[in-house]
Design a protein. Sequence first.
Lengths: 258, 245
Amino acid sequence: MITFITRHKKELQKAGAGLFGLVALLVLWGLLARNYHPLILPSPLETWRALAALWREGSLAANILITLRRTVYGYSLALLAGFCLALFTKGAGLLGALFRPILLVVQIIPPVVWMVLAVIWFGIANGQASVFLIFIVTLPLAFSSIAAGLESVDGRLVEMARVYRRSRRQIIAEIYLPALYPHLISTVSVGFSFAWKAAIFAEFMGSTSGVGFLLSTANSNLETEKVFAWVLVLVAVMLVCEYGLLIPLRRRAARWSS
Amino acid sequence: MKERVLEFVGVCREFQTEQGTLTAVENLSLSAAPGEVVALVGPSGCGKTTLLNMAAGILSPTRGRVIRAAATRVAYVFQEPRLLPWKTVEENLRFVQEGVFPEGEAARIRKEILDQAGLTQFRQAYPHELSGGLKQRVELARALVVQPSLLLLDEPFKSLDSPARRQLQNLLKAEHGRQGFTVLLVTHDPEEAVLLADRVVLLSERPARIRRELPLEMPRERRSLDQAVIHSSLEKIHMAAAAAG
């Protein structure tokens, strides 16, 4: 135990400082909440009670899962499409020139416009509109990041594989993907929180389930403490993903590339 | 017409650079018969690698034609090792064998070549764990495990010390004796050319043109043993180079 502390002194100090910052925020929130009506700023305790109530209703876990699933679907689709597009336009100067402006246009159009269109096209009854929105707002980023990764793949290895008559499938699976791996990990870990925010936005605007939808319901019912409770949930889910999944993945990628 | 594995017919290759057009190879005709070892000797930067790249099909000629016999299986030992960094030595070898042989046979060939190249103990090592010389050795082993019909060698033994060079030259000779592939060997070392080749082609400064072709009639097996033969052949090359230059 003592050796653990001395060995990880720096990290423990940093973790402690981070925790202290969060506690300070909580205290500040509590102090501010004393001066305002709960409709405007509910106290941490009221928020906690709202959270407990949500847990008892059983809507908490189910809706988190719904939103997470949509995020994963939409973002996976964007990564896959981005990968295919990047591979398709790589090297071929004209194809790249054809697609880049289109993707730029897609990127420039504000998410709210895409949401309006998504609701018109897919309706709000199922999650398709949300998945579509996540897909469309994360696609340009996924594409440009993967395209940059592909540029960094050593062309001499691909040349070697061609001389030895390796198939396109082998070249993609054995050269492009492993070379892209560190890039993909950083793309995924940066993009995932973006995709998650897009999911909340989409559900807020046009959906009948999910964290974003319940956030919007609480908002229209003037249940501010519930709004705060959902915000806590959003943050907690993202923190769990970040520290439980994405940071370890990034560490692995760093080891891989060294 | 005699059978050819590889034939260059009036080949020119130009590159567009910022300074204008650079001619690497000019009007070059050359052919290699099955099982023949042709050494290309010439000053550095004269376009030898360009010739190999055209033989491999990585580059196409600007003018003229490069003809390869149908179903030619090409293997290429590049000047700098091009191994997949995320695969072990054995996996790198297996990568080029996939779909060429059934896995059982591929494994047998691999084992044999790894053994003869002195790589068995490095089978599980990753390229970054190997020295430059060892990587080059893996390159050669990778070329041999596909049992090529045309083997392209771009100064394959340059970075090796002389015992290692001798070992790999012997491996190459033994495998050539067994498999009977055609070899196009680029080297700047006349001794190596004489030791391994059936025919030495002397190339000019860039753009590469054939200055002189020297058939070496002495059987290869004897050349390695009889140093005197090497020396007389070397003298011939040097004299030819002096006469042509």
